[in-house]
Design a protein around this ligand. Structure first.
Ligand code: HAM
Length: 448
């Protein structure tokens, strides 16, 4: 490339999205709701690294799962030869961290997390290669009350966000020995009708036949509908646990539907599994999936302890919020500070800091070009910023130890005669603006 040639603009990686400022109000609404729900149920935040040893996921999620077989971003660290992967989910990492730091030494823990996950899937609406999850893990609780509690957290989150039309599907996939007996019967049934299996099902017939029940292939629906049901293979203890979850949900008014074919795509589950689903987002309507995973902690080398949890797809939930109850315009700043001349610039810096200390959101004009912008062009920027007030500092104001306070937003008053513009002593500036904005809020409340 010659030195005069303009470099081509670079683009991001397919399926990995930028989160642009216009989406910030949506993210803020979601994040504040999940923090509120987590706090309301006594969950503490945990954060684990995005990169883990690959064996964590092969052992935790299962070597014969779509995620591990086809979707992991795995690589060898060129510097030390370690086999690493970008995390495709966070449950295995949370369990690893709990074992490594002995977090369960003094009893059960309620934990929550949020952050990016990575799966090399075919990108489409609601399915990305980098996506975000909010999730909870309740570690050390054996009873159905923990399962019911995490399900109810989902219901509370939908209510807090004002979302509707989200249904809950639950199932019990029993214990490993119950699944083994069902698996035999299932393989026998599917083998007897092998001519009706598609390529995917044939591949899974002996490795993971349960997942065949999850098929979306219309040609196989009769076959899977007539297959032996896992629920019919559950012993009394598993059935009692499942009944216990249902009883709490019924008594707490949480509506659910039992879907005997719900099996989930990760190997660590036992007993309760559940999904929250919407029909409003097309094919990728599962907003949240989770369940009990009692074997996992021991499988990862820890002292056996029961556990359950869920993960939610944040992008999918944000799309639903945008559809059902979009937030207002992005949060606007309170004050835009306009200034001219070197001396005024320093006063403007100090004034802006003083206003921020009082809790106001302030934009201080910075020049985009090398030279100072005219008052007129600075005022245009102030108008466009959405600020309630402009604070103007020029030679006149400086000489008098004052600033000009100008109203920019309808319904806010700078006070004084006329109400749109007046001089204010610099040391009274913050109090005057705070009083004007509080008065404005109170007026709003009067109107409401
Ligand atoms: P999962 O069902 O694999 O479970 O993912 C949970 C949620 O993440 C899904 O219901 C979906 O909303 C979202 N999700 C998954 N893949 C994508 C994607 N490619 N693009 C956008 N969203 C996606 C787990 O990950 C388990 N760790 C959940 C769990 C926690 N179970 C127990 N504790």
């Amino acid at each position: 490339m010659s030195s005069t040639e303009k470099p081509a603009p670079l683009s991001g990686v397919k399926g990995m999205n930028d989160i642009l400022p216009a989406a910030a109000p949506l993210w803020e609404r979601f994040e504040s709701a999940v923090r509120g729900v987590a706090r309301a149920y006594g969950y503490q935040q945990i954060a684990t690294p995005i990169v883990e040893h690959t064996r964590l996921f092969t052992r935790g999620i299962g070597a014969v799962t779509d995620i591990v077989e086809k979707e992991m971003y795995s690589f060898t660290d060129a510097l030390n030869g370690e086999d690493l992967s970008l995390r495709p989910e966070n449950t295995a990492s949370v369990v690893r961290a709990c074992i490594e730091h002995n977090l369960l030494y003094d009893g059960p823990k309620r934990l929550w997390y949020q952050g990016p996950m990575f799966r090399h899937e075919r990108p489409q609406r609601g399915r990305y290669r980098q996506f975000h999850q909010f999730g909870v893990e309740a570690l050390g609780f054996a009873g159905p009350d923990a399962d019911a509690e995490i399900i109810m957290m989902g219901q509370r989150l939908w209510d807090d966000l004002g979302l509707s039309g989200i249904r809950l599907e639950i199932n019990s996939i029993g214990q490993p020995d119950e699944r083994a007996r069902h698996r035999e019967a299932l393989i026998a049934h599917l083998t007897a009708h092998e001519d009706q299996l598609d390529a995917d099902a044939r591949r899974r017939l002996h490795s993971n036949p349960l997942r065949i029940l999850d098929t979306k292939n219309p040609a196989m629906q009769d076959l899977v509908n007539s297959a032996p049901r896992l629920l019919d293979f559950l012993g009394p203890e598993s059935l009692a646990h499942f009944e216990g979850v249902q009883t709490i949900l019924r008594q707490m008014g949480v509506a659910f539907h039992i879907n005997p074919r719900l099996v989930r795509g990760l190997d660590y589950y036992n007993l309760t599994v559940f999904e929250w689903i919407t029909d409003a987002l097309g094919a990728q309507g599962t907003l949240c999936g989770g369940g009990r995973y009692d074997p996992l902690i021991a499988m990862m080398g820890g002292k056996a302890a029961p556990a359950c949890g869920f993960g939610m797809g944040v992008e999918r939930i944000l799309e639903l919020i945008q559809e059902q109850c979009p937030p207002n315009a992005p949060g606007l700043c309170d004050v835009y500070v306009v200034h001219q001349g070197a001396a005024a610039r320093m006063v403007a810096f100090r004034a802006a800091e003083g206003l921020r200390t009082m809790g106001l959101d302030v934009i201080l004009h910075c020049n985009a070009a090398g030279q100072e912008a005219s008052f007129k062009s600075q005022m245009k920027k102030a108008d466009a910023s959405g600020a309630a007030f402009a604070v103007i500092l020029g030679d006149d104001e400086l000489a008098a130890g004052e600033a000009t306070l100008k109203t920019l937003r309808d319904g806010v008053s700078a006070g004084g005669a006329g109400g749109t513009q007046r001089r204010v002593a610099l040391d009274a500036l913050a109090d005057t603006i705070v009083a004007a904005l509080v008065g404005d809020d109170e007026d709003d409340e009067d109107l409401a």
